[in-house]
Design a binder for this molecule. Structure first.
Ligand code: DGY
Length: 325
């Protein structure tokens, strides 16, 4: 019997189809914490399919440990910077991801972070909880308007586009930067392409939505932060390492920018020391896609991809379709 290993507990409704497959043994590690590398390498041995999450490194060592039966790695994320795609393709292993189903959840969270930072939720909540709030004051915790402000979106793909739509509902002006201009987005919405330096200089909010790659690692470092307005807020719901976290800490301490909303971190789950104590930083533990709907749909997409590849059927979201031609 062919075996499939799932490295973490996933929403049950999303894996039902996989569990019901008559010709498969599905081994789900019924835990939420990170799987130790050695355990991962042992448990994938001889598997035909593996469902991984974003912190499971899929590299040549992984492929060697799995062996020749491996046909598919279904990554439970839209981002796939944990996967050596070239090595998988060379080994004839298909790789899938989970786009679309988490677009709205992630764009909602980016919008929520923009509001939370600009309206000083963190300081407001502390004051309301402290027992020392003495009542309404005209000058208390003044934030900044989102309406009418300029939002610079870096990475105008699915999530960037969904954020642009939300931002326009808040009467924001939207600029974007992408590897290439996105004429489709420009024809559907009032958004303008800008080169990165110009976007950073003009934006009141900068939100990151590009994938992490060699080209985008530390895309935002000290020089880029210096270009931003002193009143600007940076939002990251993409991947932590797109920002140089130490440079961000320094920019915030020196008040080069006004605040940050961070859902992702450079060395998760570690967070650069000092960041957590800043009042103008709102931090979340990588919750972009964390709704029951999105996470269930992600599990369903992974299950369907595994089943489709093993049954030689068409797969919806393959990152290296050439391997199953
Ligand atoms: C992703 O999908 O890449 C997120 O970071 C987790 O949902």
């Amino acid at each position: 019997m062919r075996r499939v290993f799932v490295t973490r507990r996933l929403p049950e409704a999303g894996v039902r189809g996989l569990l019901a497959a008559p010709d498969l043994v599905v081994d789900i590690r019924q835990r939420d914490d990170a799987i130790p590398r050695q355990e991962l390498l042992q448990r994938i041995e001889g598997c035909s399919g593996v469902i991984t999450i974003l912190s499971d490194r899929v590299d040549r060592e992984f492929l060697a440990a799995a062996g020749d039966h491996l046909r598919i790695v279904a990554n439970y994320a839209v981002g796939f910077d944990n996967i050596d795609l070239a090595a998988c393709s060379e080994a004839g292993v298909a790789v899938s991801n989970t786009p679309d189903v988490l677009t709205n959840a992630t764009a909602d969270l980016a919008m929520a972070l923009m509001l939370a930072v600009s309206r000083r939720f963190r300081e407001g909540q502390s004051l309301a909880e402290s027992g020392s709030w003495s009542g309404w004051e005209p000058m208390q915790l003044l934030g900044r308007d989102v309406s009418g402000a300029t939002l610079g979106i870096i990475g105008m793909g699915r999530i960037g586009t969904a954020l642009a739509k939300r931002a326009q509902g808040f009467a924001m002006n939207v600029l974007y930067h992408n590897r290439r201009p996105n004429p489709e987005a420009e024809s559907r919405m009032d958004v303008r392409f800008a080169e990165l330096p110009s976007l950073l200089e003009q934006s009141d909010f900068v939100s990151l939505h590009c994938p992490l790659s060699e080209a985008t690692h530390h895309l935002i470092g000290a020089p880029e932060l210096k270009r931003m307005k002193e009143s600007a807020v940076i939002i990251n719901t993409a991947r932590g390492a797109i920002i140089d976290e130490q440079a961000l800490l320094e920019a915030l301490l020196q008040k080069q920018i006004w605040g940050a909303g961070l859902d992702v971190f450079e060395r998760e789950p570690e967070i650069t020391q000092g960041l957590a104590h800043l009042p103008n930083v709102v931090m979340l533990p990588h919750l972009g896609s964390a709704t029951t709907e999105a996470r269930t749909a992600m599990a369903r997409l992974c299950s369907e991809a595994v089943l489709a590849v093993l049954q030689h059927k068409k797969v919806a979201h393959l990152l290296n379709p050439e391997v199953i031609s």
